[in-house]
Design a protein around this ligand. Structure first.
Ligand SMILES: [Zn+2]
Length: 487
C-alpha cells in the first residue's frame, strides 16, 4: 500500500500529512515562530574580545552581536579533557577574525545568541562531530548488545581519513547497516558543503540551517512505500527539488507542485481529520465509538457500542465493534501522536477466540506505525495495556492549551451552583463587614438566574442581612468567574 505525502506551506506554518488510501495517517506541524537559530552555523566575525570575562562578541549577522565564552571554544574543551594548561581567550581570538560558530542558545530580550565552536550536525540517526573523534551512544538505547553493535558498526563505516566522530541517537535503535551508512554519507556531504561555503563567503554569513519540516520529510519519512510528494508552494517545491538533488536523488521524480483551485489539504479532508483528532470522541462506522482521554500519566481508550445491543447477534455485534475499534484506535494513536502508557478498554468478550482475533487485528493495524511500541494481551480485567514511544509533542499539546474556563477538568459548575455559592459568600461577608450595599459582578448566565428563577432567594437574603444586593453583568467573565463588591 502506498502513502502519499501532502505538504501545505504558508508563511506562518508548514503542515505535512501522510495519506493512505484517502485517509490521513500521520500529521506533522512546524510553526515559523518556533524555528529559532539553535543549530545554525555561521561564519562570524569577532568584534570584541573581553579578557576580563574570558568571552568575546561575535557578529553573525543577527540584530545583536552573539556571545561566546572560553569554555565553549574547542581548544578549551580539548585542554580541559587532556588536563593541560588552559589558553586564555585573548590568545585564541582577535578582533576581526573570521570564526565558524554554531548557535547553542537563541537570543533572548537584550541578550545576543550564545555560540560554540564545538560544531555538531544532526542527521536522522547520527549526530556528526567534525572535530571530535569519538563515537558516543545515546543513553536511551538501553540494551548493552544494541549499544555494542551500533558502536562497532558506526566505527567500521568510518573512512580512514575521518577526523570527526559520531553520536548515535535513540532513533538509530534497530537501524540497518544501509541506514547507518546513508546517514554517515549524508552528514559528510553536508559538512563538505559547509566547509566549501566557509572558504568562499565573506563574514558574517550563514553556512547551514537546521532542516525545515519539509526537508526532514524527504530525509526521514520517504521510503519504498511512498507515493507522490505534493507541495502547494512553488518556491518550497523548488527548494525541495534542489535539496533532493544533492541529498536524496531517489525521491526527485516523486516531488510535484500542486496548483489546483481547491486547497491541497481539502483534497484529502485533512483539516476535518485534524478537528476530529482533537476531540474526545471518535465515531465508528458500525455505530460504536471510542472515547480517548489523555492525562499526564497515561491515555485511556474506551470502546463503546452505539446504543442498545440485544438479541441473538449480541456477541457478534460486540466482536465486530471491537475489531473496527482496533483499527480505528491504532490510527488515532498515530494521528494524535500519543505516547507513553496507553490503556485500551475493549467491550467485554466472553469468547477467547474473539479476544485473540481482536488482539491480532490491533497488532496488524499498529504495524504501519514506525514508532516503537509494546502491546500486552488482555489482562484479567479485560484491558489491553500498551506503550508507544514518546517522540515529538502530541497533536493536542501542539495545538491546544488547557481550557481556562474549567481548568481542564472538562466541566464547569452550573449557574445554579454558582448562584448558591455567591449567596453563601454574601452571608459570610455580611457578618464580617458592614457595607451600604453588596454588588454581584458575574456573567450573563448567573445574573439571568438571579433575575428570574433565583430572584426570591436573592431577595430573602437581602432582607435577612438588611442590605440591598445589586447585580451587574460582566460580559468578559466566564461562567465560573464572579466578584462580590462591597459598596
Ligand atoms: Zn473547559
Amino acid at each position: 500500500m502506498t502513502e502519499d505525502i501532502l505538504i501545505n506551506v504558508t508563511p506562518f506554518e508548514t503542515r505535512v500529512a501522510l495519506v493512505e488510501q484517502g485517509s490521513v495517517q500521520e500529521l506533522h506541524i512546524e510553526r515559523s515562530i518556533q524555528r529559532g537559530h539553535v543549530g545554525n552555523l555561521y561564519l562570524g566575525k569577532v568584534v570584541r574580545v573581553l579578557p576580563g570575562m574570558q568571552s568575546a562578541f561575535v557578529d553573525i549577522g543577527l540584530e545583536r552581536a552573539a556571545f561566546i565564552h572560553v569554555a565553549d571554544l574547542r581548544q578549551n574543551r580539548t585542554e580541559r579533557s587532556n588536563g593541560t594548561a588552559i589558553t586564555p581567550i585573548e590568545k585564541l581570538l582577535f578582533e576581526g577574525q573570521a570564526l565558524m560558530v554554531q548557535v547553542i542558545k537563541d537570543p533572548l530580550g537584550t541578550k545576543g545568541a550564545r555560540l560554540s565552536t564545538q560544531i555538531s550536525i544532526a542527521g536522522r540517526m547520527l549526530v556528526y562531530l567534525p572535530y571530535d573523534p569519538h563515537v558516543g551512544i545515546s543513553q536511551k538505547i538501553e540494551s548493552e548488545e544494541d549499544r555494542t553493535s551500533l558502536r562497532e558498526r558506526v566505527l567500521s563505516f568510518m573512512p580512514e581519513d575521518e577526523n570527526g566522530g559520531f553520536i548515535v541517537r535513540t532513533q538509530a535503535e534497530g537501524a540497518t547497516d544501509e541506514e547507518l551508512r546513508a546517514d554517515q554519507s549524508y552528514l559528510r556531504t553536508i559538512w563538505n558543503s559547509i566547509q566549501a561555503k566557509a572558504k568562499s563567503q565573506a563574514t558574517p554569513s550563514i553556512l547551514y540551517t537546521d532542516l525545515t519540516l519539509a526537508q526532514r520529510v524527504l530525509r526521514d519519512m520517504v521510503g519504498p512505500s511512498t507515493g507522490m510528494i505534493t507541495v502547494d508552494s512553488r518556491s518550497t517545491t523548488q527548494e525541495l527539488l534542489d535539496w533532493a538533488k544533492t541529498y536524496t536523488p531517489s525521491v526527485l521524480s516523486r516531488i510535484k507542485h500542486y496548483s489546483g483551485e481547491r486547497p491541497l489539504f481539502d483534497t484529502a479532508n485533512v483539516d476535518e481529520e485534524i478537528a476530529r483528532a482533537l476531540s474526545r470522541r471518535v465515531d465508528l462506522k458500525s455505530g460504536g465509538y471510542l472515547i480517548i482521554d489523555q492525562t499526564e500519566a497515561l491515555t485511556t481508550v474506551d470502546v463503546n457500542t452505539g446504543g442498545f445491543v440485544g438479541g441473538r447477534n449480541f456477541d457478534d455485534t460486540i466482536f465486530k465493534t471491537n475489531l473496527e475499534a482496533a483499527v480505528a484506535l491504532a490510527r488515532q494513536l498515530r494521528l494524535r501522536n500519543l505516547g507513553g502508557i496507553i490503556i485500551l478498554d475493549f467491550i467485554d468478550m466472553d469468547d477467547a477466540g474473539h479476544r485473540s482475533a481482536v488482539l491480532a487485528e490491533l497488532n496488524k493495524a499498529l504495524a504501519k506505525d514506525r514508532t516503537r511500541m509494546t502491546v500486552s494481551g488482555f489482562s484479567q480485567l479485560g484491558l489491553v495495556e500498551m506503550t508507544r514511544k514518546r517522540t515529538r509533542d502530541s497533536l493536542a499539546h501542539q495545538l491546544c492549551e488547557p481550557c481556562p474556563t474549567c481548568q481542564a477538568r472538562g466541566n464547569v459548575r452550573t449557574p445554579r451552583t454558582l448562584c448558591y455559592e455567591i449567596l453563601r459568600e454574601i452571608l459570610r461577608e455580611s457578618r464580617q463587614f458592614n457595607p451600604k450595599e453588596f454588588r454581584i459582578l458575574a456573567s450573563q448566565a448567573i445574573v439571568d438566574l438571579f433575575l428570574e428563577e433565583e430572584s426570591q432567594h436573592l431577595a430573602m437574603l437581602g432582607d435577612f442581612i438588611g442590605k440591598p444586593i445589586s447585580l451587574e453583568v460582566e460580559s468578559q467573565y466566564s461562567q465560573e468567574q464572579y466578584d462580590i463588591v462591597l459598596i
